[in-house]
Design a protein around this ligand. Structure first.
Ligand code: AMP
Ligand code: MG
Length: 460
């Protein structure tokens, strides 16, 4: 286990910081060292597998596509015929008799004479002896095709119908092997189609379906218990007594957890009272892998989360060089009430201010939950942008300001901070579409300076 002391020892530069205000990157590294990925797995039907973490590699049981097939509507033939024409190459043309038809799902199975071809539709298997498809737009048709569809009752009859048609096309219209998709081109049988640790996306679900797979082994969902602390908190639906506020953190936390596809356990609001807090934390450690609390981690007289963490388990750190989100307690608690007794769960004591809770969740908790779920971590991309307004910033802490970013006519990202950057102002968090990330060492910024942004929304 890594404690603050051992980290300070191994990374000498840390000693220059107040140990109660750990740089964000160091905190992220410590948290990941405390994480043990889940090992339990379960099988789920493909339809329920979206956003789940693959528990083992999926080896392709078949070739995809299963056979060479046409990439175009056109005519399939032996590409070697292109070399047989007699005329000068510049105006050489090729005339082939049409021997039959091939549709997707209805292969042409007859023989093909030299200088013959098969009318073929996209996705139809390439007939034996054919390796090239000339697109239909490139050919001139002659001869009779009259009644071909009208007389036929099914595609199978059409496939076997004798045709008296022929086609002529310029020999340079295609090269040998053109417009053919090869068997196993997308995925070869026996190769890994997807690796363990993959968080399954829509394309992966489709890929698994294309292999004929009906269910997959995924890690069980991480169980994350969460609650709010504070005597002032009322839940939506309750009357707002004098001096009270509505609890929003439990709702943002619930929503952010839902996005991560973990199993959320909502433990409600806990009063600012050490006994209630201890009882709830112990019960949470009994059932959950991770416990998130909000509020009560500062140094006020009603802030008991950190002291309870000290009693029930091990504290790794509290206090981050981060804004918003400075007060943050991290460690491990035990359901038995003492370190080493009962079941252990990681504890993140998040700050009470609503935006600080969200920033701490995204920057510190989220990577830990992803790693603990067994997923291969994917760094969140930072995008370079020009800042349209000056920003005041002191070196020595990482700031995550709320910003509104857009691309200008030149395709460059520009960003402006939203109005209030107060850690309590959820409205500006709601208005923002990105974080403006101000690095630990950075100073004040002038309008027009380069910054990094982290966009909230992605495509998949
Ligand atoms: P604390 O860290 O408990 O002192 O909380 C800091 C600030 O955040 C106080 O103004 C609290 O009223 C507020 N706060 C704490 N928890 C919540 C919550 N669950 N929802 C909304 N605001 C909260
Ligand atoms: Mg409080």
């Amino acid at each position: 286990m890594t404690t603050l002391n051992s980290i300070s020892g191994s990374a000498g530069s840390l000693s220059q910081f107040d140990p109660q205000a750990l740089p964000v990157s160091a905190a992220q590294a410590i948290v990941l060292q405390w994480v043990t990925p889940l090992v339990q797995s379960e099988r789920v039907p493909l339809r329920d597998a979206l956003a789940r973490v693959l528990a083992s590699d999926v080896i392709s049981p078949i070739d995809v596509p299963a056979h060479d097939n046409s990439a175009m509507d056109g005519y399939a033939f032996d590409g070697a015929s292109l070399l047989l024409h007699d005329a000068a190459p510049s105006d050489a043309s090729l005339t082939l008799d049409v021997a039959g038809k091939a549709f997707a799902g209805h292969p042409y199975t007859g023989a093909i004479a030299p200088r013959a071809c098969v009318r073929i539709m996209t996705g139809a298997p390439m007939p034996a002896g054919c390796d090239t498809v000339v697109p239909q737009e490139r050919v001139e048709r002659s001869g009779s095709t009259a009644g071909e569809a009208a007389a036929a009752e099914s595609l199978t009859e059409v496939v076997n119908e004798a045709l008296t048609e022929s086609i002529t096309f310029r020999a340079d219209a295609v090269t040998p092997g053109a417009n053919r998709r090869r068997k196993g081109e997308d995925l070869a049988r026996g190769n890994a189609a997807l690796r363990a640790g993959r968080v399954l996306r829509a394309s992966d679900i489709g890929l698994l379906a294309s292999l004929g797979i009906v269910d997959v082994a995924v890690r069980r969902r991480l169980r994350v218990a969460y609650f709010s602390t504070g005597d002032e908190l009322r839940s939506p639906g309750e009357p707002l007594d004098a001096g009270c506020i509505y609890d929003s953190n439990r709702y943002t936390l619930g929503a952010m957890l839902q996005r991560l596809n973990v199993e959320p356990i909502d433990l409600g609001v806990v009063r600012d009272d050490p006994e209630s807090l201890a009882a709830t934390l112990k019960a949470a450690a009994e059932s959950a892998d991770v416990v998130l609390t909000s509020g009560g981690v500062s140094v006020g007289e009603a802030d008991f989360t950190r002291t309870q963490l000290q009693t029930l388990g091990d504290v790794s750190f509290w206090g981050l060089a981060m804004r918003p989100g400075r007060p943050l307690a991290f460690g491990r608690i035990w359901s038995g009430g003492h370190p080493g007794v009962g079941r252990a769960a990681l504890l993140f004591g998040l700050p009470g201010n609503p935006v600080a809770t969200m920033v701490a969740f995204y920057q510190i908790v989220r990577p830990a939950l992803i790693a603990m779920s067994g997923a291969t971590p994917q760094p969140v991309p930072l995008i370079p942008a020009r800042c349209d307004a000056p920003i005041r910033k002191r070196p020595g802490r990482t700031e995550f300001q709320r910003g509104i970013a857009e691309r200008d006519a030149q395709g460059q990202w520009r960003v402006a901070p939203t109005g209030s950057q107060s850690s309590g102002a959820l409205s500006t968090m709601s208005e923002a579409n990105c974080f403006i990330v101000l690095a630990h060492e950075s100073n004040d910024l002038d309008a027009g300076d380069a910054v990094d942004i982290m966009l909230f929304d992605g495509l998949v």
